[in-house]
Design a protein around this ligand. Structure first.
Ligand code: ZN
Length: 253
């Protein structure tokens, strides 16, 4: 199985999984790059996976269905036109044409019904966990997003994270502001700057590195707590409160 990034819009990645002559796409916000790739490679589409309802994740579904009537999996708790298979926590998505089975994880916070898809070692987590960052809280609470990130952080360290935006360098700039003394962040900035200078994606990335560099997964670290408390000008009683301060801070960074 190969997993290919199809760049879309300014900084989205549509992930295309391929095996043999079949393909699956995750979050096709735009049909054009998908249809072009399928035609160029002689692949037929077998299924569409959706993580949440935002237009840059679902905008291409209708045009893809005109091309091929395939199952569309997506969060049962969100209103998504053309969804054929509503899914939620614990469900399994099976795509026999690719020999692919994915486990569905409920990871609300960015949106109320956001789901992820996990087929070890690959995790497709939409706009929940980014490299050195996390999605904005458009519909969920800090406690929900924090719990979702903790759920993802508990997956094996070798998990490869396929998020849907190239936000890595700006996220790392924020991570460095939160933890100026963290050498793993400085090292990751240097590595990712080199990757971007070569026009390559910084995604996917291993989960293990996130635990060392992503401030939103480090709300328990004393250095991160101190910075959040300084920002809030007061004591913070829990990692969720630290997380909430970090998320607000990032919004205005
Ligand atoms: Zn989104």
């Amino acid at each position: 199985m190969q997993i290919i990034p199809l760049p879309a819009f300014r900084d989205n990645y549509i992930w295309l999984l391929r095996a043999g002559s079949h393909a699956v796409v995750v979050d096709p916000g735009d049909a054009a790059p998908v249809l072009r790739y399928l035609a160029d490679e002689g692949l037929s589409l077998a299924a569409i996976l959706i993580t949440h309802h935002h237009p840059d994740h679902v905008g291409g579904v209708m045009a893809l269905l005109e091309h091929a009537a395939v199952p569309v999996y997506g969060p049962a708790l969100e209103t998504i036109p053309d969804l054929t298979h509503p899914v939620g926590e614990g469900d399994e998505v099976s795509v026999p044409a690719l020999g692919l089975r994915l486990r569905v994880l409920d990871i609300p916070g960015h949106t109320a019904g956001h789901v992820g898809y996990y087929a070890a070692p690959a995790l497709f987590c939409g706009d929940t966990l980014f490299a050195a960052g996390c999605g904005r809280l458009f519909e969920g609470t800090p406690a929900q997003m924090f719990a979702s990130l903790q759920k993802l952080a508990a997956l094996p360290g070798e998990t490869q994270v396929y998020c849907t935006h190239e936000y890595t360098l700006s996220n790392l700039a924020f991570a460095a502001a939160v933890e100026p003394g963290n050498p793993a962040i400085a090292e990751r900035i240097a590595r990712c700057e080199a990757i971007r200078a070569g026009q390559q994606p910084t995604v996917p990335f291993p989960l293990a590195g996130e635990l060392l560099t992503n401030p939103f997964l480090r709300a328990h670290e004393p250095a991160v707590v101190r910075q959040a408390e300084a920002r809030a000008a007061g004591a913070l009683a829990s990692p969720v409160e630290v997380f909430a301060v970090l998320r607000e801070w990032k919004n205005s960074f």
